[in-house]
Structures are given as structure tokens and as C-alpha cells.
Design a protein. Structure first.
Length: 152
């Protein structure tokens, strides 16, 4: 019990200190009900060059998950819808939760924090970022994707 408390504290400290650092993703978090923080790396698709990372923090008391996503190499000023989908990046799974759209700054970096209902710690799901600014036709093209609970 005590070691779990220490682990949780370390995870929180890492989260606070982490910023946009691309830390190794938390494979150990998959399936462990005591784990409340998960890190996910977003990889580029379709030669977009867009990379990023996400941190999911589950709050059991409120049954909410705070999702912070940071993405780089976007076109400055561009707007990108993002979601959590069911399944894997190689599939076109249904949307489980819509996250706030990312708006790129002048350097092509964007960060957005969303609070959504429920836990995603044990779900087979992925976060993706679309071309935008909407989700119709080619705007739905995926620029980056990352699977929850995956090592790499
Ligand atoms: Cu999506």
C-alpha cells in the first residue's frame, strides 16, 4: 500500500515537472486500477511531421479524466480537432470523447487541456489529431495518433 502511494506521488511529480518532455510512455499503467496517470506519445501520420504527447490523469472521486495534449510542427495558426477513439491507430474506431481543438501558435506548437467523463486507463483506445479546422471530408485526415497504454 505504501509503495503505491509513493509511486503515485512520483507520477504526480513527474507530471508537474514534465511539461512537453517526451517521457517513455506508461505501459505499466494498462490494467492497473491503482494507476491514475498515463502518458501517450503521438506519432506523425501521412508524412505530416506532427509529433506530440498526451497525459491522462484520472480523478476517481469525480470520475473524470483530464487530458493534456501538446503537439509540435503544426502550421502556425492552424486549428485541429482531436478525439479519443476506440480501437487502434490503424483502425477508424468510433469517437469515445471529443477533446478541445488545438490551435497552433506562431511556432506551430499547440497545447490544450480537456476534462472528460470516465476512465480511459483500461480501454483500448487512441488519441488522434485531425487536419481541421473541422472534420468534414479531407479535414478529417489524421495528422498524428497515439495509442493509450502502448509502450512505443
Ligand atoms: Cu478523431
Amino acid at each position: 500500500m505504501k509503495s503505491r502511494t509513493i509511486l503515485a506521488t512520483l507520477a504526480t511529480a513527474a507530471l508537474l515537472a514534465g511539461g512537453v518532455a517526451l517521457a517513455p510512455v506508461g505501459a505499466a499503467s494498462h490494467g492497473d486500477p491503482a494507476t491514475s496517470v498515463m502518458h501517450v506519445q503521438l506519432h506523425p501520420l501521412a508524412f505530416s511531421g506532427v509529433v506530440g504527447s498526451a497525459t491522462l490523469t484520472y480523478n476517481p472521486g469525480a470520475n473524470t479524466t483530464t487530458v493534456k495534449v501538446s503537439v509540435h510542427n503544426l502550421e502556425p495558426g492552424s486549428v485541429h480537432p482531436e478525439h479519443i477513439h476506440a480501437g487502434k491507430c490503424s483502425t477508424n474506431g468510433p469517437v469515445l470523447a471529443a477533446l478541445g481543438s488545438i490551435k497552433a501558435d506562431a511556432r506551430g506548437t499547440g497545447t490544450v487541456t480537456s476534462v472528460i467523463t470516465g476512465s480511459f486507463m483500461r480501454k483500448q483506445a487512441y488519441i488522434n489529431l485531425h487536419m481541421g479546422p473541422g472534420v468534414t471530408l479531407t479535414q478529417y485526415t489524421v495528422l498524428a495518433c497515439g495509442e493509450l497504454g502502448k509502450t512505443k
